[in-house]
Design a protein around this ligand. Structure first.
Ligand SMILES: Nc1ncnc2c1ncn2[C@@H]1O[C@H](COP(=O)(O)OP(=O)(O)OP(=O)(O)O)[C@@H](O)[C@H]1O
Length: 239
């Protein structure tokens, strides 16, 4: 599970994330929504250990991620909004490289790669260089690399951007399946349809502050009382 306690990030005088506290339980699928510049990516980068909070705490599976970053990261998968893969590697070489970073045994990596290539319908592309990949194929390999070490928490920034409907379906089904298996998912997205389809809980951030949090039945209740659209709730709260 994932816990953020009074998390704050300042860039100079500007407060990008402001005293943010939340908890996402094991198996919970949390959608992190908010207007442009609200602080979503900054929050995710702090969870992933890429930038240091100004103050506050982050716990990943109960491990203090600021005090024990290596241990916390062993439970975590992070999928950035603009993923980077070395262009000159093949998908397979990239997955072995990532498995190596997590100190996985070669045999275990091979087993997982075979499964993931099949699951994400990567096929023969796995042995081609990444520079030849489409955006969707890159995203499939990136998400496969995030699942390689069986993370307990997946933090994912805008997963559906640039994906065709089939790739998007595979990614959505995989994330939902993982949450059913007890993995905690923290996903930022601008797609209200995706959030509504996948998430158990939705948190809305604005100007660095968590301004609202709803579970599925609260969202349904709101929709029934208005025009039936999550979009109306989002626009009302973020105006
Ligand atoms: N390194 C930085 N230095 C200064 N300001 C920054 C830095 N990184 C982010 N910011 C500012 O912090 C605020 C939050 O940015 P962030 O990228 O977290 O927003 P976001 O919610 O992910 O937005 P979007 O939906 O547009 O991706 C913005 O005003 C941004 O300009």
């Amino acid at each position: 599970m994932l816990q953020l306690k009074n998390l704050t990030k300042k860039f100079g005088d500007f407060v990008a994330v402001d005293d943010l506290s939340l908890e996402v339980k094991s198996g919970e699928f949390f959608g992190f929504l908010g207007p442009n510049g609200a602080g979503k990516t900054t929050t995710i980068k702090m969870i992933a250990g890429l930038i240091k909070p100004t103050s506050g705490k982050i716990f990943i599976c109960g491990i203090d991620a600021l005090a024990e970053p290596e241990k916390a990261k062993s439970f975590l998968a992070y999928v950035p909004d603009q993923p980077f893969i070395y262009d000159k590697l093949t998908g397979r070489e990239f997955l072995y490289f990532i498995g190596g970073l997590f100190k996985m045994k070669k045999e275990k990596i091979r087993e997982k790669v075979d499964f993931l290539v099949d699951h994400f319908e990567i096929g023969r592309w796995i042995d081609k260089r990444v520079e030849e990949y489409s955006q969707g194929m890159k995203q499939r390999v990136i998400i496969a690399s995030a699942l390689l070490h069986d993370p307990k928490v997946i933090v994912i920034d805008e997963p559906m951007v640039g994906l065709d409907p089939r790739s998007a379906r595979i990614v959505k089904d995989t994330l939902k399946q993982k949450s059913k298996e007890g993995v905690t998912i923290f996903m930022s997205t601008h797609s209200l349809d995706v959030a509504e389809e996948l998430c158990d809980t939705i948190g809305i951030i604005k100007d660095g502050k968590l301004i609202a949090q709803f579970n599925a039945s609260e969202i349904e209740e709101f929709k029934q009382s208005r025009d039936g659209k999550l979009e109306s709730l989002f626009i009302e709260l973020t105006k």
